[in-house]
Design a protein around this ligand. Structure first.
Ligand SMILES: Nc1ncnc2c1ncn2[C@@H]1O[C@H](COP(=O)(O)OP(=O)(O)O)[C@@H](O)[C@H]1O
Ligand SMILES: [Mg+2]
Length: 284
């Protein structure tokens, strides 16, 4: 369907992993908006849904296929895969199988697509670890809450200073080390805020300050991300996103929709993905 704008990488697809050991932070929603933005720019995209229980991203895409077929629409479509965890053998055997399955799938897709996006479950699974190690870009959505920040670092309750790293950032550090040893690759880790509310100014500012401090210590790039908006969730049954509005008939654009489009566009720019800026400039 897409002509495929060539990325600047010549050794295969750029791998984007969306991860956070917490359910409900907006991984699948952000993932879908990123996928459709890439497709809209003419890139070819494959997705791997590792959350085989919820399959939110794969379901979003199924809804998109059904909706396009029912309404005779020609919508951009990624190649979608769901990879469940292995369930047979000893723990070590299952891990070995998981690693093999994911690396084989990535290997098969790597030369076919510009981007591979992997959506992780909201828990620490071995498959998710292998995905993190394979990432060129890791995107972690966090909500405006210290419960979410706690997965990145422990924060002093009085001063809001960062005291030590938490489970998830340690896992990413491990992934970075293993990756460097494996192929000297680096992982560009982007922490994006999601569901930022228009209210609660004090809490919002504190979360912002802590994430801002943390980005130097933990070596991620902290970007504004997406606000809390109905439009990010209401199109799921149709499999659409705001990015499709031009393609999908007469949708009325409100001010919030326009702001949302700008947020998504800004997020895509902030990700600094291989080939994105060139393709974006060509599309202007
Ligand atoms: N920016 C947003 N604005 C409004 N609702 C959102 C936003 N991001 C996610 N949601 C909603 O929050 C819930 C959890 O999002 P989801 O993407 O499934 O998270 P995860 O994949 O991290 O578990 C869903 O109901 C989703 O529609
Ligand atoms: Mg999800």
């Amino acid at each position: 369907m897409n002509q495929g704008v060539k990325t600047t990488k010549n050794n295969g697809a750029h791998i984007i992993v969306v991860g956070n050991e917490k359910g409900g932070s907006g991984k699948s929603t952000s993932a879908m908006h990123i996928v459709v933005s890439l497709l809209e720019r003419g890139f070819t995209v494959a997705i791997i849904d590792l959350d085989a229980r919820q399959k939110s991203l794969a379901r979003y895409i199924e809804n998109r296929q059904d909706y396009a077929a029912e309404h005779g629409l020609k919508l951009t479509m990624p190649d979608a895969h769901v990879l469940p965890r292995s369930e047979e053998g000893s723990a070590a055997e299952m891990e070995q199988k998981d690693e093999e399955n994911l690396l084989t799938l990535i290997g098969n897709l790597q030369n076919e697509y510009d981007y591979i996006l992997i959506d992780c479950p909201g828990s620490d699974t071995f498959l998710s670890r292998v995905a993190h190690m394979s990432a060129d870009t890791l995107i972690t959505p966090v909500n405006d809450s210290f419960v979410d920040v706690d997965l990145l670092a422990k924060v002093n309750p009085d001063t809001y200073q960062v005291e030590k790293l938490s489970l998830y950032s340690e896992m990413v550090w491990e992934a970075r080390k293993k990756r460097a040893l494996k192929d000297r690759g680096t992982i560009d880790w982007v922490v994006m805020r999601n569901r930022t509310s228009a209210l609660d100014a004090k809490n919002k500012r504190r979360v912002h300050e802590v994430l801002n401090q943390l980005q130097k210590r933990v070596a991620f790039r902290y970007v504004p991300g997406l606000g809390e908006r109905v439009i990010y969730r209401e199109l799921f049954p149709k499999g659409l996103t705001l990015v499709d509005f031009r393609d999908s008939g007469n949708q009325k654009m409100t001010m919030s929709h326009v702001a949302a489009r700008q947020e998504i566009r800004r997020l895509m720019d902030d990700l600094k993905l291989a080939g994105w800026h060139k393709a974006a400039a060509a599309a202007e």
